[in-house]
Structures are given as structure tokens and as C-alpha cells.
Design a protein. Structure first.
Length: 198
């Protein structure tokens, strides 16, 4: 089994369900299981639509990658469009779950673009193909900052720089993020400027 990693560029997308700690205290275990699957289904379908890879499920979070193992020249744009489309599908989730929860479901999304290592991680007896790197950590952190900025999607500056001609963004300034020596410029995509076909 080959464990050597490949260095490449990719765009990482993390989703996180808002108020999930509150949700698990409202729903039964069976209902929570059903709720998660109802939330994950449109996320996975949309990632696949834009030819991304669902890397893993982490509790109520989904980690997806655009650029490995099959790269596209517009992977950052695919990730941003994917995020915008996921937000459009939340209404369908709320049709079923708003009444039992008594509040609207929110899915936050963090996106980061940059250099990563892709390859098998673990042990010969148990391993996964995944990606690692600072940009993975960045996407995982900024997804939890969406509520601080009152937005559904946060992108780092590299994603913004790669996609600003295709989407309108709201600039949110710089933020010091744990583990990074320089402040990170953050943006939230508002809508698509041009129609791209996938």
C-alpha cells in the first residue's frame, strides 16, 4: 500500500450545521439520525454535481475537496457555486424540520484554497485517502466564524482572488486565526456574476 502523498493545489469546503448541540437535545436519537441524513443528502449531491470529492463526515460536518484526485482549472469557482447552491436547498430541509425544531436550520460553509498534500493516511490495517495542510485547517476554522459575521458562507482571500470575476463578494476584513501568523482576509459570496455550466 502506497502512503506517499502528492503535493498539489485544491479548494477545501467544510459545512457545519448551526445550533447542532441544541438540535440533539430537542430530537430523539432516531430523529437526529434522520435529520443528519436529510441535511447531508443535498450537500453530497451538490458536491458531486460540481465534481468535488466528499472526503469525510465529522459529526454534523462534511468535508469536501475540489481538485483531487481529478483537478479542474476552475475548482475554486466550483466550490463557491456549490456553496451557493447548498444554501438554496436549505428551504427544503426546513419544510420538514422547522416545526419539530421550532427554528430554521442553518448550514454554514467555510472555503479555503491553496497547497495541500493528498494521499493515504493511517496504517496498513486502517487508512483513508484524504488531504492535509494549512488550508484544510483554515476552512475548518472559518466555517465556525460564519455566525460572527452573520453570513452563511466564508471564503479566504485565495478563493476570492481566484473567483472574484465570477461572483460578487462582500468583503469582511481581516481576522487573526489560530495557527496562522498573518491575518486572513475573509469574504462572503453573494451571488454569481456569470452563468457557468457543469
Amino acid at each position: 500500500m502506497e502512503f506517499a502523498g502528492k503535493r498539489t493545489n485544491a479548494t477545501i469546503l467544510f459545512t457545519d450545521i448551526g445550533n447542532f448541540n441544541k438540535i440533539v437535545n430537542i430530537l430523539s436519537l432516531e430523529e437526529t439520525h434522520s435529520f443528519l441524513n436529510d441535511c447531508f443528502a443535498p450537500i453530497v449531491e451538490t458536491v458531486f454535481r460540481y465534481e468535488g470529492k466528499v472526503d469525510k463526515f465529522i459529526g454534523d460536518a462534511v468535508m469536501a475537496v475540489f481538485g483531487v484526485p481529478s483537478p479542474h482549472k476552475d475548482d475554486p469557482s466550483r466550490a463557491v457555486k456549490c456553496a451557493l447552491d447548498i444554501q438554496k436547498k436549505i428551504e427544503e430541509i426546513n419544510i420538514k424540520w422547522r416545526r419539530p425544531l421550532d427554528f430554521l436550520v442553518q448550514i454554514n460553509i467555510g472555503i479555503s484554497t491553496g497547497e495541500i498534500i493528498a494521499g493515504n493516511v493511517g496504517h496498513i490495517k486502517r487508512f483513508d485517502y484524504t488531504v492535509i495542510g494549512g488550508n484544510v485547517n483554515l476552512a475548518a476554522q472559518i466555517v465556525h466564524m460564519c455566525e460572527n459575521f452573520n453570513v452563511d458562507i466564508l471564503c479566504d482571500h485565495r478563493t476570492y482572488d481566484s473567483t472574484k470575476d465570477n461572483f460578487e463578494f462582500k468583503a469582511l476584513g481581516e481576522k487573526i486565526i489560530l495557527g496562522f501568523t498573518e491575518p486572513v482576509r475573509l469574504y462572503s459570496p453573494i451571488n454569481q456574476r456569470t452563468q457557468e455550466k457543469h
